[in-house]
Design a protein around this ligand. Sequence first.
Ligand code: COI
Length: 363
Amino acid sequence: MRSAGDGTTKAGNTVTDTATLGFGAYFTRHMITSTWRAGRWTPLQVTDHAPLVLSPAAMVLHYGQAIFEGLKAYGQPDGSVKLFRPRDNAERLNLSAERLAMPAVPIDMFLEACTELVRVDADQVPRGEWQSLYLRPTVIATESNLGVRPSNEYLFMVIASPVDHFFAGGADTIDVWCADSQIRAAPGGTGAAKCAGNYAGSLRAKRMAVENGCHEVLWLDAKERRYVEELGAMNFFCVRATKGGEPELVTPPLSGTILPGNVRASMLGLARSRGVPVAERPITLAELIGDPAVKEAFACGTAATVVPISAVVTGGERHRIGDGRSGALTGALRDDLLDIQFGRRADPFGWMHEVTLSAESMS
Ligand code: COI
């Protein structure tokens, strides 16, 4: 097998320059699948990464039963490869499954699928700075039927993509456009699930953000359109100066409309371990753009890791956050996270999950 640098597949495409992997354009040679029928999952299968055969009446195409996860495998200095918090992804997939009336994927099966794919494609884990292998576990409804009800058949699959920067060119900071006439998630809806429909419904706003000179969408709550909830497909944080001048890390609470991100949870853990006070409480747009105590803001997620926000565009005006550059706490938390993920420092939290590789893949 060849390495990502000289031949990873993309249904016909080839990586020729690992300096420009970008995000999600290339795929490793294999995929893992299992099908759910008559109330059980079949044993996991390793196959070539190849197109699916799907009925045009497959229920996912009509009623959108599709859920997914995103997690990364990181090359370590000793040649090994580790996954970041895969069990948390397995648990979240099952929360999404429950919300969309889909069958759960047993945690051990999820972990085995992810580790097996990393094992068979270990030589395609890119090793450059910022580079990792992004895994995309997905479950879709495959029964051929137009009845409006949960499908009786599903496909679970995991594919892998060697990646580096999520934002083109590895943007140091992003500008965000406030979507005040569109919402991402309403109370009682599917906002906390990682389902395809949430992303479909966000794409028009994303296009409008770009048309307004921004990288991403700042989502407000559905009810009052006052509170900041999420940032594109990522979680949102800001850093406030307390009365004593020390920083406090603030993020909106998980209230059913926000995706419970692994990186979000990790940011909270890392801040606490630095002795930085954290608060999960509502943040208004007015506070974000108008309160001088807000010194920094950032978005975080598996794909993009941690991205500082330089400005918010709303009502046709551009409001700079802090000095418009990456803030000190944002940078420190991002470095803490990356150092653990890339094995540059010990992992006191037990977040990294080693994938046992053959001696050949380690060399
Ligand atoms: C992730 O950070 O993994 C996300 O959820 C964004 C993704 C949809 C590209």
